[in-house]
Unconditional design. Structure first.
Length: 456
């Protein structure tokens, strides 16, 4: 059962379809068998029971006429002068009745024997045999009665006495046998009708049960298919929604993916599995691309040695910040130059010189705000854009930076100082005007002995 649950959707639907088809085939076969049985019963009723009933009814009618004939014979015997009936005529009528009765008895026996021989009688064969026996016995009693009746007519013609008691006993025996025959036939007819009705009822019940089962299986198959596809589509939609949110927030999609998925899993599960793998890999690729883009941007905008922004970024930011300053934003520029840096390189080597520049940028970052930006615009020359700060506060920041660097000591590095030139934005400044004023301030700082701050 568990294997079927984890099987492919085609196997699931195919299995349920086979069950449904099997029920339909069983219902069709059962219907064919039931209809064949009902057909056989109807054939038996039409070719055996109905003709037999007609023959027995004819026999019963002949027997009634025979009773009338006997009564006429009795009246002729008791009052011969008052009757116009000739005993010879009675004898001839009796022979005619007997001949007709014999034909009907033979016909009835032939119907039963033919039905048994040709297999038309399939129901209550024992009762039909019993009916045949009863008819044979009736025939024998009738022959005995016919013999006695003929003898009575002959006695009447010769003037001899007639044994009426014996004749009436035989007539009563003939009536009894005919009554038994009718009872057997009625019982057989009633049994056949009950059996046929019961068989038809069972046939309708079984057909209804099989039809209901087929309907339930078909309904379950339809509901299962709709529910299954709806569930899978919902899961796939949730997966895509999760992937979209992860991409919007630039996060890696953390799907639970079973790498040991069985081959017999259904196709939609395999599709969902492959989709999760694809989306997870794609999200990794996007995040990796973002990281690569970030690295490329850093390579394009950051100085590889110090980590400060490079000259390309400087040109871009200077234009943008001047544009903002022209609209009312506060902006100051610090130009910082490492004092006697050439001597450091000549005396200690370029590796120590590089270490001095790295430490210089580190000290500047530690004292500046996150909104302030540091740029390396030359070998040992740096620029700092201080935003949204009054001129006096910018000057205090510059002096704090100069003092912090001057007082910094590191046994692995030689002592170094900086000269700082500072200016603030003035209305109508261009990038050249703005930069040249800061550069002039820096020149004054160097001319006035270095390791100081000058303002222009």
């Amino acid at each position: 059962m568990l294997r079927w649950v984890n099987s492919s959707i085609s196997r699931k639907i195919g299995g349920l379809s086979i069950i449904l088809l099997s029920f339909l085939i069983i219902m069709i076969i059962y219907s064919m068998i039931g209809l064949q049985q009902i057909r056989s019963e109807m054939i038996e009723l039409a070719e055996v029971d109905t003709p037999l009933t007609e023959v027995v009814s004819e026999i019963e009618l002949l027997q009634l006429r025979q009773h009338i004939l006997i009564e006429l014979f009795r009246q002729t015997n008791h009052k011969p002068s008052n009757n116009n009936i000739n005993p010879t005529d009675i004898h001839q009528q009796l022979e005619s009745y007997n001949q007709h009765l014999s034909e009907q008895m033979y016909k009835a026996s032939a119907i039963i024997e033919s039905g048994i021989e040709k297999g038309r009688i399939r129901f209550k064969q024992e009762q039909h045999q019993l009916l045949l026996t009863s008819m044979n016995k009736l025939h024998q009693v009738r022959l005995a009665f016919e013999k006695s009746f003929m003898a009575s007519i002959q006695a009447m013609l010769t003037g001899e006495s007639i044994n009426w008691e014996h004749l009436e006993q035989q007539d009563q025996q003939l009536d009894d046998e005919l009554g038994k025959l009718l009872n057997h036939l009625n019982a057989l007819t009633v049994s056949t009708a009950i059996y046929t009705e019961k068989h038809e009822s069972n046939f309708m019940i079984m057909t209804s049960i099989l039809g209901v089962c087929a309907f339930i299986i078909g309904l379950y198959l339809t509901q299962y298919t709709i529910q299954y596809f709806r569930q899978r589509i919902t899961q796939t939609r949730d997966t895509i929604h999760l992937f979209r949110n992860a991409i919007e927030h630039r996060e890696v999609v953390d799907f639970e993916v079973d790498n040991n998925i069985a081959d017999e899993r259904d196709e939609l599960s395999q599709f969902e599995h492959e989709l999760k793998l694809l989306l997870k890999q794609f999200s990794h690729e996007i995040i990796s691309r973002d990281e690569i883009e970030k690295q490329l941007i850093e390579l394009a905008t950051l100085d590889k040695l110090t980590g400060a922004y490079n000259r390309h970024k400087w040109d871009e930011q200077l234009k943008m910040q001047l544009n903002l300053a022209s609209r009312g934003a506060k902006l100051s520029l610090l130009l910082i130059d490492a004092d006697h840096f050439k001597k450091v390189n000549d005396q200690y080597g370029h590796e120590v010189g590089d270490a001095v520049l790295i430490k210089l940028v580190e000290l500047l970052k530690n004292r500046l705000r996150e909104t302030d930006t540091i740029f390396r615009i030359g070998g040992e020359e740096f620029a700092v854009l201080i935003k949204q700060t009054e001129h006096e506060q910018s000057l205090e920041i510059a002096k704090l930076l100069q003092t912090k660097i001057d007082t910094y000591r590191d046994a692995s590095l030689p002592h170094f100082t900086v000269s700082i030139g500072i200016t603030s934005y003035q209305a109508g400044d261009t990038t050249t005007d703005f930069f040249n004023r800061a550069d002039n301030a820096l020149y004054l700082a160097k001319a006035n002995g270095r390791n100081r701050v000058e303002v222009v």
